[in-house]
Design a protein around this ligand. Structure first.
Ligand code: EPZ
Length: 419
């Protein structure tokens, strides 16, 4: 099992290029099942979740050519697609549930493994299923699979999500794109990755319009087009490296980032005393000695993203007093806390709130990664300690961060992969 060895305390200096967004690329890849036209996708991140999604699409019969050199894929689906998304692939990547919508839209049936839970929570799919039944889908759950059918095809309808859900919004946007007639989706999640998905679908010939802050009107269409599409940059990767610069009193230029979709993260880091300069596709971060304590909560976009909560907690450990962060999205997203406390942090959890003592000097330690964002928070803490840290179960990291040790080494970090 691969590990990462980190010996910190170098100030990170230089520039880091941000890869394409994993959480935009996954629904866009799933949506390609709608079409049997030619589709070229560019700027896909080289991360395991993308490889798993490509394997899943291939298992469904998609014809996919990968060009690793330019991080792109060329897809040309045949008419014949099988509609079974099996457990062995969906268990590795929860976003496998996103093939349910396109399979139902295109083929009127699907057998998709329940994604199951993960370290951060049970991750139910009830919001997806309830919304699909409003489009005329009949389903039953047996032996860990969703058996879904749309005997008369998907029929457009008005659907109001009972709770904001990124995945459910994406699944229903994709499905409604081929449904008969008009669908109105309200109380939608509006993460930038969803905007990217809508842009992709419209470019492919779908008819989707934002008719309110969280409302979409979708007219089902039959005629789709060939298209080439470049996936948006990864705002969570960008936020992670911004925090790395702040933590190590470094000076980093984050290239290919889009500050317009990171307003909240930039606001919070400025409040903590971090110096930030913005350009159209670049964010410069200068870390200093005094980091101010802060109290905040995670929220759906445009609030502070839950996917940056673990990383920000490490910065809070360096602040000039006690900070507090409330996790409002997932029920168990403090798995990194026990590992950070083993490195010398003093973090107390009360329900969905974490109380973080400041002025911490992290020690090196042997650590265990538990989920994607928790594992990167351990690297961030290790980067500030002049002792050696070993991080086990690096496969969690490889799901969502492209070449992290190379990107960090290029700006002065001492980090390497060991067996
Ligand atoms: C997406 O997950 C992201 N994953 C997550 O990123 C991100 O943390 C999350 O959105 C929130 O922003 C991808 O885009 C692949 P939700 P998703 O549906 O769609 C509950 C990462 O690290 N819920 O918005 O699964 C759910 O349990 C990952 O890249 C239901 O109760 O998130 C959670 O508490 C982690 N029923 C809340 O809603 C449902 O049917 C938000 O979940 C669906 C969700």
């Amino acid at each position: 099992m691969e590990k990462l060895e980190v010996i910190g305390s170098n100030k990170l200096k230089g520039k880091i290029k941000i890869s394409g967004s994993k959480n935009a690329a996954l629904p866009i890849l799933a949506a390609t099942l709608l079409s049997d036209k030619k589709i070229s996708l560019f700027n896909l991140p080289k991360v395991n979740d993308i490889e798993t999604m490509i394997l899943l699409l291939k298992s469904l019969g998609s014809k996919i050519k990968i060009n690793k050199k330019i991080n792109s894929v060329y897809i040309k689906n045949s008419k014949k697609i099988n509609t079974l998304a099996s457990y062995n692939l969906v268990k590795k990547m929860r976003a496998g549930i996103l093939v349910l919508g396109p399979l139902l839209a295109k083929f009127g049936k699907a057998k998709v493994s329940l994604p199951g839970g993960c370290a951060i929570g049970t991750r139910p799919v009830d919001i997806h299923l309830k919304a699909f039944s409003k489009l005329g889908v009949k389903y039953k759950i047996s032996q860990g699979y969703i058996h879904a059918r749309a005997p008369k095809g998907l029929i457009g309808n008005s659907i109001k999500f009972k709770k904001l859900s990124v995945g459910a919004t994406e699944n229903l946007i994709i499905a409604s794109s081929l449904a008969k007639g008009k669908t109105l989706l309200s109380n939608c999640a509006i993460e930038p990755e969803i905007i990217d998905l809508v842009n992709f679908l419209n470019k492919m010939g779908c008819k989707i319009k934002w008719v309110g802050k969280r409302s979409l009107k979708i007219f089902g269409t039959k005629s789709l087009k060939d298209l080439k599409y470049k996936v948006m940059p990864d705002r969570i990767e960008a936020g992670t490296y911004m925090i790395a610069a702040a933590l190590t009193e470094g000076n980093l230029r984050i290239i290919n980032a889009d500050p317009k979709i990171m307003k909240k993260e930039i606001e919070i880091l400025k409040k903590m005393g971090i110096k930030i300069k913005l350009k159209d596709r670049e964010i410069s971060i200068k870390g200093g000695k005094n980091i101010k304590k802060i109290k905040l909560k995670t929220s759906p976009y445009p609030g502070f993203p839950t996917d940056l909560q673990a990383q920000l907690m490490v910065l809070m450990c360096k602040a000039d007093g006690k900070s507090e962060i409330k996790e409002t999205i997932f029920e168990n997203r403090f798995m990194h806390v026990s590992e950070l406390n083993r490195m010398g942090a003093k973090i107390k959890i009360l329900g969905n709130k974490a109380f973080v003592e400041g002025n911490i000097k992290f020690e090196g330690a042997e650590l265990m990664a538990t989920d994607l964002r928790a594992s990167v928070s351990l690297i961030l803490a290790a980067l500030t300690s002049n002792k050696k840290s070993i991080i086990n179960r690096v496969y969690h990291l490889d799901r969502g961060y492209e070449n992290i040790e190379k990107k960090l080494t290029n700006v002065g970090a001492k980090i390497k992969r060991i067996l």
